[in-house]
Design a protein around this ligand. Structure first.
Ligand SMILES: [Mg+2]
Length: 326
């Protein structure tokens, strides 16, 4: 056993703040190489660096996560989610300091497309149909980085139904089913953690479920192959030297799972992820959300939490999300 859950535990608050803290830790180091971070590793919350933002500034990862959480407070509505993503990009809605300073290429193109769909369509059909377009280039980590709030909405559902909704939400920016499957894997693990399962058994239970699900839906073998290290094998047997924090969704998920399962607290998990270099903020955000959910708010260093922009707003959002989907 590796976890001591402090009482009271508010999983939605811990997940959102855990994600924001991971994001903010990584922001000053985004695009810095692993070699450089080996010489001079990240050890805590600093300001400035890559994006010249004050300490505690989170980026697109947390902002789009908060847009999704806020949208889910009004129920499941793809059109509303899209409108909030566009409002973030256009007006800095749910941004740390009122402006957007970081956005991935696929997300940028998709948000422009969402904006057109909002102007030219009514209802949610056009948004739902985004899942029908499979573009292999849309396999960045940009939907995985913002998917966590959906856990609270769809926990307890059968996998097939979870996957359908996850694919729809992923497809707002990342339409390929590999990106959506990565989100399902992440949320299945998160659901077991939410239910209080020990993390290693949660991981293995998730692997078995996903393998059974692939059989059930006849998921193509060449797609399964991309998940070999995560699902086919035990990720802890992977040599950490080959893990990388590129923007590719599979690489991101491998790194996140490896360090989440190997380390035994929030701090070491996110610092290892930042120190992989390159897409530091996104990888640490995704890992930080999981670690926050698992270890609880009390395991996140207080000085890191104290630095976080809009901490009170995030806490309120998490409280409302947890209240809406208890
Ligand atoms: Mg970012």
């Amino acid at each position: 056993m590796t976890t001591i859950q402090q009482q009271p535990h508010h999983p939605a608050i811990a997940a959102l703040l855990g994600l924001a803290v991971g994001d903010a830790l990584g922001v000053p180091y985004e695009f810095v190489s692993r070699e450089k971070l080996r010489e001079s590793p990240a050890v805590g919350m600093i300001g400035y660096g890559t994006h010249n933002q004050p300490a505690g500034t989170w980026s697109d990862d947390a902002a789009l996560t908060f847009c999704l959480a806020e949208s889910l407070l009004g129920g499941y509505d793809l059109r509303d989610m899209a409108a909030k993503f566009v409002a973030w990009f256009d007006q800095g809605y749910w941004s740390a300091h009122g402006k957007v300073f970081d956005i991935g290429n696929t997300t940028l193109q998709s948000i422009r497309h969402l904006d057109e769909l909002l102007s030219n369509t009514e209802g949610s059909d056009a948004f739902q149909q985004l899942t029908r377009i499979e573009n292999e280039y849309e396999n960045g980590n940009g939907s995985l980085m913002r998917i966590l709030p959906l856990l609270f909405y769809l926990k307890g559902w059968p996998l097939q139904q979870q996957f359908e909704r996850i694919h729809e939400v992923s497809a707002l920016t990342h339409r390929h089913s590999r990106a959506a499957m990565s989100c399902l894997i992440y949320l299945r693990l998160a659901e077991h953690l939410l239910n209080g399962k020990e993390k290693i058994s949660a991981y293995h239970q998730m692997r078995e479920e996903i393998m059974a699900f692939w059989e059930e839906i006849s998921w193509p073998e060449d797609e399964c192959a991309h998940f070999e290290r995560i699902i086919g094998q035990n990720i802890l047997e992977t040599d950490p030297e080959i893990l990388e924090a590129s923007g590719y969704v599979i690489a991101t998920l491998e790194a996140v799972l490896y360090f989440f399962l190997r380390e035994n607290n929030y701090k070491d998990t996110v610092l290892h992820l930042v120190n992989l270099g390159f897409d530091t903020d996104t990888v640490a955000a995704i890992g930080g959300g999981l670690a926050g959910l698992h270890y609880g708010l009390s395991d996140i260093p207080e000085d890191w939490l104290a630095a976080i922009a809009r901490r009170d707003d995030i806490e309120t959002l998490g409280r409302r999300l947890g209240g809406k989907y208890p």
